[in-house]
Write a protein that binds this ligand. Structure first.
Ligand SMILES: *[C@@H]1O[C@H](CO)[C@@H](O)[C@H](O)[C@H]1NC(C)=O
Ligand SMILES: *[C@@H]1O[C@H](CO)[C@@H](O)[C@H](O)[C@H]1NC(C)=O
Ligand SMILES: *[C@@H]1O[C@H](CO)[C@@H](O)[C@H](O)[C@H]1NC(C)=O
Ligand SMILES: *[C@@H]1O[C@H](CO)[C@@H](O)[C@H](O)[C@H]1NC(C)=O
Ligand SMILES: *[C@@H]1O[C@H](CO)[C@@H](O)[C@H](O)[C@H]1NC(C)=O
Ligand SMILES: *[C@@H]1O[C@H](CO)[C@@H](O)[C@H](O)[C@H]1NC(C)=O
Ligand SMILES: *[C@@H]1O[C@H](CO)[C@@H](O)[C@H](O)[C@H]1NC(C)=O
Ligand SMILES: *[C@@H]1O[C@H](CO)[C@@H](O)[C@H](O)[C@H]1NC(C)=O
Ligand SMILES: *[C@@H]1O[C@H](CO)[C@@H](O)[C@H](O)[C@H]1NC(C)=O
Ligand SMILES: *[C@@H]1O[C@H](CO)[C@@H](O)[C@H](O)[C@H]1NC(C)=O
Ligand SMILES: *[C@@H]1O[C@H](CO)[C@@H](O)[C@H](O)[C@H]1NC(C)=O
Ligand SMILES: CC(=O)N[C@H]1CO[C@H](CO)[C@@H](O)[C@@H]1O
Length: 545
């Protein structure tokens, strides 16, 4: 309980004494509560400003002039002095601009400021804003529609900062040199902004307590600083989706705690440093879509027993191992190896029992799927992408929970397989399949994307595909006959319908007007009749409907 230091606090304390046996003095000074109420005036409250929050409420709406601001929702006070030291307005439905002279500056003792998940209508952060809070340890502005650059002076003043989250805004500009003063920083998240420029070497030299560093989804360029080798506390390093160039520096020897490594979607060249294979705490590695050269053996990753997610692409990967019965490989959840020059199913798959995601697309795998593959992730596999290989037949789909299957651009012959019941996405275009669509396709209760185009399929289009959950239906360039399904129900989800290049007859179904989301329709090169026939050979259904 705080000391009663001001006469009016004493008064308010005594009044309730007439009714209650306990006295709880008002901690909050008048000028603090009026600063907060003035800040409240800047905003309107709209729940969609916090749409991304699981739980949200308009915290400020309960703030009342005659109450102790230290008890207000979102406020923390120092219990001895009554100073407001914490303001947590995350997920509070705020909509409006924060001006550079906002009354928050009247709360100079703030240590934690969390404004995440609101809509500040592209406000800028002025140097005035951050310079006001010399004791700040936490600043969270994530996902709240800020823009503009980081004030150059930021690091000069708030040197106690340990946690800085500016992720998912529209910030621009460089990381200012003053950041090198933020030597207490443990968490730096700039994910999903429009930052540019090089990463200052001082980031690695000076901010050596960093445990979490996320610069992904920006437009940073230049080399990855070799000074990152000093970040020995690092658990999380994500530099994905920037314009980093050059070789990965030799920085991993010291990063022994690293658990997440994301370097995908850059323009990195050179080989993947073998020091990565010594980082025993790694659980996730994303190195796809860069320009690495050299070759890697999949088995190099065998020591990383904690590895769950492995994603490589566009490198020459050697997958055949001398896998013995006893030898173990990490138990992966996700293995993504597109365009890795692979010519066979990697035999390390034989030891994978928890696989949920397997991408071997754009490789040179030939023939049929080996029968031992049927035991891999029978109950766990959700996503399987084998498109753009040289597979010749698909006999069996034993994966009960599979939701997405890609088999496009192979050499598949024979008829369509029956699909697992929870399938959401299935594409098998550009093959040589024959026969009809199995009636079992009518049991697919979650299907959204179905692409059977460019095959030699025939027979009628099952009418159940009209009245379905489909968003995309692509059956073009086959030999389908008969009429177009007539049964488009109200609430139809269909947005893309391509039936061109078949032998379909009859009119376009009137019920297609139930598909109000339809954006793309092509029924050309068929034998359709009826009044819509010519008009409908347009690609933008909405434009004339
Ligand atoms: C947001 O408010 C609208 C009405 O103003 C209401 O229909 C909707 O359910 C609310 N959403 C949430 C997530 O509270
Ligand atoms: C949001 O910003 C725009 C443009 O600066 C302005 O016209 C509008 O009034 C602002 N809305 C609110 C709620 O402050
Ligand atoms: C901020 O400046 C505007 C005018 O530029 C003024 O109307 C407003 O009262 C000022 N707010 C504070 C808190 O000083
Ligand atoms: C900051 O906001 C993010 C929202 O992106 C949230 O996940 C995180 O927990 C917040 N951090 C703190 C310390 O409140
Ligand atoms: C923060 O910087 C401003 C100028 O940028 C200066 O006036 C102020 O004294 C500094 N505050 C601290 C605590 O260093
Ligand atoms: C930051 O590191 C650089 C070396 O990169 C050093 O020259 C500088 O003094 C350091 N800055 C601070 C504030 O410690
Ligand atoms: C990203 O940076 C590159 C140069 O590194 C530049 O050409 C490009 O326009 C930038 N893109 C954006 C969206 O700022
Ligand atoms: C590892 O960190 C130490 C201490 O910061 C440093 O002296 C050494 O050069 C680092 N090693 C590498 C390979 O970067
Ligand atoms: C890294 O792994 C070691 C050995 O498994 C473990 O003792 C340590 O706690 C791990 N570190 C982290 C940060 O998980
Ligand atoms: C990386 O590869 C892409 C295409 O594979 C190419 O366009 C780009 O120029 C390459 N970049 C570098 C830095 O080699
Ligand atoms: C569409 O299917 C549902 C259930 O599958 C059924 O209740 C409804 O009658 C069907 N509508 C049409 C137009 O066939
Ligand atoms: C990945 C992610 O959640 N990105 C979000 C960033 O914020 C914008 C809106 O400001 C969302 O549309 C993105 O989905």
């Amino acid at each position: 309980m705080g000391l009663i230091t001001q006469p009016y606090q004493l008064l308010i304390c005594l009044l309730p004494l007439l009714f209650y046996s306990q006295c709880s003095p008002i901690l909050c000074s008048h000028h603090q509560s009026s600063a907060l109420l003035q800040f409240k005036q800047l905003f309107s409250f709209q729940n969609h400003s916090s749409f991304a929050c699981e739980i949200s409420r308009p915290k400020m709406m309960s703030w009342k002039e005659d109450a102790d601001c230290c008890s207000w929702d979102g406020i923390t006070c120092d219990s001895a002095t009554g100073h407001v030291i914490g303001l947590d307005l995350s997920c509070s439905w705020l909509h409006g601009n924060i001006p550079s002279n906002s009354s928050l500056s009247l709360l100079p003792r703030l240590r934690k400021l969390n404004l995440a998940f609101n809509d500040f209508n592209y406000s800028k952060i002025s140097s005035g804003f951050t310079d006001q809070f010399p004791s700040l340890t936490l600043l969270n502005l994530s996902f709240s529609n800020f823009m503009g650059s980081i004030p150059a002076s930021l690091g000069n003043n708030i040197t106690q900062l340990t946690y800085l989250d500016l992720s998912n805004n529209s910030f621009t500009g460089h990381i200012p040199p003053s950041f090198s003063n933020l030597q207490q920083l443990r968490h730096l998240d700039l994910w999903d902004n429009n930052f540019v420029g090089k990463i200052p070497a001082s980031l690695g030299n000076n901010i050596t307590q960093l445990a979490y560093l996320d610069l992904s989804y920006n437009n940073f360029s230049g080399h990855i600083p070799s000074s990152f080798s000093n970040l020995q506390q690092l658990l999380w390093l994500n530099l994905e989706d920037n314009n980093f160039v050059g070789k990965i520096p030799d920085m991993f020897t010291n990063l022994t705690q690293l658990s997440f490594l994301g370097l995908a979607y850059n323009e990195l060249i050179g080989s993947i440093p073998s020091s990565i294979f010594e980082l025993l705490n790694l659980t996730e590695i994303y190195l796809s879509f860069s320009n690495f050269s050299g070759s890697v053996e999949l088995y190099d990753f065998a020591k990383l027993k904690n590895l769950k997610f492995l994603s490589l692409s566009n490198i020459s990967l050697s997958v055949s191992t001398k896998l013995t019965v006893n030898s173990s490989f990490p138990n992966l959840s996700e293995l993504s190896l597109p365009a890795c020059n692979i010519s066979e199913f990697p035999d390390i798959l034989k030891t994978q029992h928890h696989l949920e995601w397997l991408d071997l697309s754009r490789n040179q795998i030939r023939g049929r799927i080996p029968s031992w593959m049927w035991d891999i992730g029978v109950h766990t596999l959700l996503v399987l992408d084998l498109s753009r290989n040289f597979l010749t037949s698909i006999d069996h789909l034993p994966w009960k929970n599979l939701e997405s299957l890609g088999l496009d651009s192979n050499l598949l012959q024979g008829s369509l397989p029956d699909l697992p019941p929870h399938m959401v996405q299935f594409s098998i275009s550009n093959n040589s399949l024959t026969g009809e669509i199995p009636s079992s396709f009518c049991n697919l209760s979650s299907i959204q994307y179905l692409d059977l185009s460019n095959n030699s399929l025939s027979g009628q289009i099952p009418h159940c595909l009209g009245n379905s959950t489909l968003f995309t239906l692509d059956l073009r360039m086959n030999n389908f006959q008969g009429s177009i399904p007539q049964t488009y129900a109200k609430g139809c989800n269909l947005a893309y319908l391509r039936l061109n290049g078949n032998h379909l007859e009859g009119p376009l179904p009137p019920s297609l007007t139930n598909c109000v989301k339809l954006q793309f329709l092509n029924v050309g090169n068929n034998n359709l009749s009826g009044k819509f026939q010519n008009v409908l050979e347009t690609q933008h259904f909405k434009s004339w409907i």
